[in-house]
Design a protein around this ligand. Sequence first.
Ligand code: GRF
Length: 220
Amino acid sequence: MSEFAPKKVAVLISGRGSNMASLIAAAKEEGYPAQIVLVASNNPDAKGLETAAAEGIATCAVDHKAYGKDREAFEKALNEEIVKSGAELVVLAGFMRLLTPWFVKQWEGRMINIHPALLPSFKGLDTHQRAIDAGVRLHGATVHFVTPEMDVGPIIMQGAVPVLDDDTEATLAARVLTVEHEIYPEALALVAAERTCIEGMRVRILGSDDMEEDLIAPVV
Ligand code: GRF
């Protein structure tokens, strides 16, 4: 897939880590352009830390509670771990802490996030219930570069799913999660292979023309 050495990636999580697991699985594939060198969490009890350790990946917990209200002190400690791991890219996968402009600046253009909605709709939390309440027919997930404003950065890839009449928050969340697990490894591969070029709010994908079609996953 890539003529580059795999890019070293730190994945930040806060909970179950199913997206992280999908990235770990993808990174095992021959030729995948990224290698997960660290899984870090602000929550020492995050289930995903166990999953990553069982896969033989280095893990660390930097408990934000130990830093009280001092977000930057927490982020500096976390950043130290990331830098120590040799990571070149940071991937947020259900990382539930707001990041300060300082941290975002350290990883500008090199940090991506997955959000469970079709941005710019439904930024923030409770996206699935809000999508149902708003009566939208399509919902989904977005992978984007991280900028200081939450859920706003340039969009790399989106996946859409239908919202069905009898959907509950749980059924819709499960349908979206399936798409998340497809698009996050694909989007990370593009970034790691240096095939993304940020132009203002748009991300241009460099390389084969037929790739363009894959940037919006089909409705499933
Ligand atoms: C996902 O829905 C992701 O989009 C959001 O947080 C959730 C994390 O789930 N940012 P998991 O920990 O990857 O299972």
